[in-house]
Design a protein around this ligand. Structure first.
Ligand code: ZN
Length: 275
């Protein structure tokens, strides 16, 4: 007779051995996908709501009207470009929130376009609009390339979330809890070098097409490096390892991006909901 323990073991082995690979919708690269993008989106939505609710109760969400409006205006232009890359993402419920945490220098975009930026990033770096567009463009690029679902897959393969997920596949509500845990973990996992470099390339282009100066990608990382000093725990660097090569690579992309940035005409704006 199969015990629950045995069943869990079998399912876990199944999960990590019959690895399902998916092709990256933007780059064409094969990725580890234990969880479909659709499931990742549903789970991320839940994780996002859970994460923001207590902060909202404490009045820490979008508390600075001017800062919020600024982030919204920039993000709305970036999302309009993101949809051109992947038209089906128009049905994503894109959202961005500013979290009032003056000590946290970080930002994220979960699967399905649920984003947040911490006030510490904006204030500590004294980030310009162009630099903020680079941060958000980079984060949006992660979601577009299904990097979040990929990181969730890694979280599922390596953590306790896997157990919850595996033993509850036939109980959708609980399985979602496991996947939602993985979504919360995924934004804390460092990106692989490959994923980071993909997000850098796509992000700088999204920003340039949205009308933001690609040279700001370089100054942004310079500011990050300066602000972090020798702090290896620095939030953004813990999820975005930044070797010197990264800045050099971005710098090399600038000439190719300038025509998009300098193109004349109005940039489209996505109607970003504020709820
Ligand atoms: Zn990244």
């Amino acid at each position: 007779m199969k015990t629950a323990k045995f069943r869990t073991a079998v399912l876990l082995v199944t999960l990590v051995t019959i690895v399902s690979c998916a092709t990256n919708p933007v780059t064409g690269r094969k990725q580890l996908m234990l969880i479909s993008e659709d499931k990742a989106i549903t789970a991320s939505k839940e994780a996002y709501t859970k994460m923001l609710a207590p902060l909202d109760e404490d009045g820490l969400i979008d508390s600075d009207a001017k800062m919020t409006q600024r982030v919204h205006q920039i993000t709305a232009k970036l999302v309009a470009q993101a949809i051109k890359y992947r038209p089906e993402t128009e049905k994503w419920e894109w959202r961005v929130k500013v979290i009032e945490e003056p000590e946290t220098v970080n930002a994220f975009c979960m699967a399905g376009g649920k984003m947040a930026i911490y006030s510490g990033l904006i204030e500590k770096l004294e980030a310009s609009d162009d630099e903020l567009a680079q941060v958000m463009g980079h984060e949006i690029a992660h979601a577009l390339s299904a990097h979040t679902a990929e990181k969730m897959s890694i979280a599922l393969a390596t953590t306790v979330a896997a157990t919850t997920f595996a033993i509850t596949q036939d109980r959708p509500g609980v399985a979602l809890a496991g996947a939602s845990l993985a979504a919360a973990l995924a934004i804390k996992l460092p990106g692989s070098r490959l994923a980071e470099s993909e997000a850098d390339e796509i992000g700088i282009e999204l920003a340039a097409r949205a009308g933001y100066d690609p040279r700001a990608a370089v100054t942004l990382w310079q500011k990050m490096a300066k602000a972090s000093g020798n702090d290896s725990e620095f939030d953004f660097f813990s999820t975005h390892p930044a070797p010197k090569k990264r800045m050099e690579k971005l710098d090399m992309l600038v000439p190719k991006m300038m025509p998009y940035y300098e193109a004349k005409g109005e940039r489209p704006v996505y109607p970003l909901e504020t709820d």
